[in-house]
Design a protein around this ligand. Structure first.
Ligand code: NAD
Length: 428
């Protein structure tokens, strides 16, 4: 994967762009609503464990470079921690903490038996060879493996990590424990215990969320012009599946620029053009535009599926969509979301809209542990059932309390974790 996290423009309030503060704000609002006492709030807000590791790697030119890595286990009350590993120069502990907490709430909102974790290594994979990346991945795995395990913490891919990274982690872990342990990571290649449907799962979950959100506005896919930011695993596959359902995908983007055609793009043709050319720019049946303008296009729905902090106090007044389905993690800042809520824009929050990926990761873990693999139809229909049920539960909570889907999703998620805490009691 190639996404880079977005940082705050110089004119903005940096707190708005801090994902940990955004998450904490949502958490506090939901905790107020649930009437959680201060002690329980502190338990649920505080990560269970944070590990920082130093990773010496022999670089190809013969010099040793020491990288820094993190693994944060936010909460394991509901089951093993689950969450990706990100390789990027901007990785920092606040970001990893926020992403780990989001994973706790995401797993809870779709009611799969996992807690939340996240990992990251500060590095720039674009400047590293495959051999260096393999060594870094193996060293990182060895450094954090005391807290990993199929019953403890199960990593997955995130920015700039993918199936190959997961294969190296699985191999390193298995070599240390002296037995092949496929359930130690998810997002693996099919031939070593990956799940059918995993690659499309997040995009499919986004499409299912979009279908449900559309019903709330009384729209049909064919009446819905959709702007999709990002053309990778989430945006590209999400756009392709939505196109198949009849949505009019009027714009797609990548990190270099955006393309636009008001009559609707042929998404399959766009994705093969992207594959052949490495970028969208120049796609013949569309006009090109700057990324900054893309989200301001006239449309019914935006699917931000690239990175954090894309809809912010800086551009929210120019957003025209009635529906936003968050494919990326944290694409709308808390400040922008409040303004959009007041305008009646429906936002399907990340912890619900992009939960298809972790749901099929859960299916992968189950299949690995059974040693018995499901057909793609079984995976997709179980995914659909979980996504639709979760969406409906969140929508009912929102309607009952006259609150946004985001506030409702946090309430459902936090209530579920709090209930487990009360039942298990405090270990002392
Ligand atoms: P990816 O690397 O496959 O694709 C990212 C796409 O976004 C690329 O097309 C890239 O060119 C584009 N992009 C990057 N910066 C951009 C910008 N500023 N404007 C427009 N396009 C830009 O990554 P992905 O797996 O699709 O992940 C995207 C987001 O979804 C991330 O926030 C990730 O954490 C989140 N997410 C991914 C999954 C998953 O299963 N892959 C699951 C849940 C959440």
């Amino acid at each position: 994967m190639t996404t880079q996290p977005a940082t705050a423009p110089s004119s903005a309030n940096p707190d708005e762009f801090n994902p940990f503060l955004s998450m904490a704000e949502e958490f506090d609002r939901a905790a107020d609503h649930l009437g959680l006492d201060e002690g329980l709030r502190e338990v649920l807000r505080t990560p269970n464990r944070e590990l920082k590791v130093s990773l010496p790697v022999m670089m190809d030119d013969g010099h040793i470079k020491v990288f820094t890595g993190y693994r944060v286990q936010h909460n394991y009350l509901r089951g093993p921690c689950k969450g990706g590993i990100r390789f990027a120069p901007e990785v920092n502990l606040d970001e990893v903490r926020a992403l780990a907490a989001w994973m706790t709430w995401k797993c809870s909102v779709v009611n799969i038996p996992f807690g939340g974790g996240k990992g990251g290594v500060i590095c720039d994979p674009r400047t590293m060879s495959m051999k260096e990346l393999e060594q870094l991945t193996r060293r990182y795995t060895a450094a954090i493996m005391d807290i990993l395990g199929p019953d403890r913490d199960v990593p997955a891919p995130d920015m700039n990590t993918g199936e190959q990274t997961m294969a190296w982690i699985m191999d390193t872990y298995s070599m240390h424990v002296r037995s092949t342990t496929t359930a130690i990571v998810t997002g693996k290649p099919l031939s070593i215990g990956g799940s059918r449907g995993r690659r499309e799962a997040t995009g499919r979950g986004v499409m299912i969320s979009a279908n449900e959100a559309l019903k709330m506005k009384g729209l049909r896919p064919e009446d819905t012009r959709v702007v999709v930011q990002g053309s990778g695993n989430v945006g590209g596959i999400g756009a392709m599946l939505m196109h198949r359902q009849g949505y009019r995908i009027v714009s797609l983007s990548d990190m270099y620029g955006s393309i636009y055609n008001d009559s609707g793009l042929d998404v399959n043709a766009v994705l093969s053009y992207l594959e052949d050319n490495g970028r969208l720019e120049g796609f013949p049946e569309a006009e090109s535009m700057k990324n900054a303008e893309q989200l301001e296009l006239d449309c019914e729905m935006i699917v931000p599926a690239a990175t954090e902090n894309q809809i912010t106090s800086q551009n929210v007044d120019r957003i025209k969509a009635q529906l936003i389905v968050e494919g990326a993690n944290g694409p709308t800042t808390a400040m922008a979301a409040r303004i959009l809520d007041d305008r009646g824009v429906i936002i399907v929050p990340d912890i619900l809209a992009n939960a298809g990926g972790v749901t099929v990761s859960y299916f992968e873990w189950v299949q690995d542990r059974m040693g018995y693999f499901w057909t793609e139809e079984v995976v997709n229909s179980r995914l659909e059932q979980i996504m639709v049920n979760s969406f409906q539960e969140v929508a009912e909570t929102a309607t009952k309390n006259s609150i946004s889907l985001r506030a409702a999703a946090y309430i459902v998620a936090i209530d579920r974790v709090a209930t487990v805490y009360r039942l298990r009691g405090m270990f002392a």
